[in-house]
Unconditional design. Structure first.
Length: 280
């Protein structure tokens, strides 16, 4: 009996140690890719974002929803410092991407934008060939080896689910593609430099339903490799493609929850009113 009494606590200790070690490992693995803490943004005297705090997880799709002018696109542009291009902007708080303090004085903006790719609302291919559109970022980075560029072009076009449609047209202008193809070309250009995070600002707003479906299927596939943040006015699209959804209202984060919970049992009355169309 004494042996049993001694062994039991020891066994329990070993089990607890293993559990704690596993929990610590899980916490390390699940560390959010993007951490936003107390983010405020103003354009001059216009206070646009108010104390935004949220985490966006690795290889998940986070959708930002809310009415026009609520701050969701402004927050998206904070994640890769696109707001730097706007005069008289002031940002406080902390934004970290993969542990990198985006707004730190020592942070290289070019490195931020390499690590955080962006796809805009309106497709914006360059007046160049399909091939040169895709490898543009690599050339800017000083990479001119043809074998490397060829591999990156094919890999990126395949990753954007457009390779089979353009593989025999790589020397033709990217401006000759359809709207949906141009948007996927822009996605290929964004992922060619192998970013860690992909931002999408209303990527389907100018597309027909068939092209929209292809982009949504692509988003679902891309999250296997990238952390994706998408701004959308289309609530059905947010419900289809995202893992978590954040609802913004007048520059404030009202609710942030798993998408299924957000759309079936929102915690806030304002969220419910917006989702059901009673406001916004």
């Amino acid at each position: 009996m004494p042996v049993t009494e001694t062994a039991a606590p020891d066994s329990g200790l070993r089990i607890a140690t293993r559990v704690n070690a596993q929990s610590a490992a899980d916490r390390e693995i699940r560390e959010p890719d993007i951490v936003v803490e107390g983010c405020n943004l103003s354009y001059g005297d216009n206070h646009v974002l108010h104390d935004i705090t949220m985490d966006m997880e690795d290889r998940r799709v986070t959708a930002l929803i809310g009415p026009s002018g609520c701050g969701k696109s402004t927050l998206l542009r904070c994640l890769n410092r696109m707001n730097d291009l706007i005069d008289n902007v002031k940002i406080t708080g902390t934004i970290k991407v993969k542990g990198l303090d985006v707004n730190a004085a020592t942070t290289d903006v070019i490195e931020v934008r390499r690590r955080v790719g962006m796809v805009f609302q309106k497709s914006n291919p360059f007046p160049k060939s399909i091939y040169e559109n895709v490898v543009y970022g690599l050339r800017i980075a000083g990479i001119n080896d043809k074998a490397t560029l060829d591999e990156a072009c094919e890999r990126s076009l395949k990753g954007a689910a457009i390779w089979d449609e353009v593989k025999d047209r790589l020397n033709e202008s990217g401006l000759g593609l359809s709207g949906g193809q141009m948007q996927r070309l822009c996605i290929a250009r964004a992922i060619a430099v192998e970013p860690e995070v992909l931002l999408m600002d209303e990527p389907c707003s100018a597309l027909d339903p068939i092209a929209t479906l292809k982009i949504e299927e692509l988003i679902y596939a891309l999250k296997e490799k990238y952390t994706i943040v998408i701004v959308t006015h289309n609530l059905q699209q947010a419900a289809r493609v995202s893992d978590r959804t954040a609802f913004f209202w007048l520059g404030r984060l009202v609710e942030f929850a798993p998408t299924a919970d957000m759309f079936t049992k929102p915690r806030e009355k304002l969220t419910e009113d917006y989702i059901t169309g009673r406001c916004g």
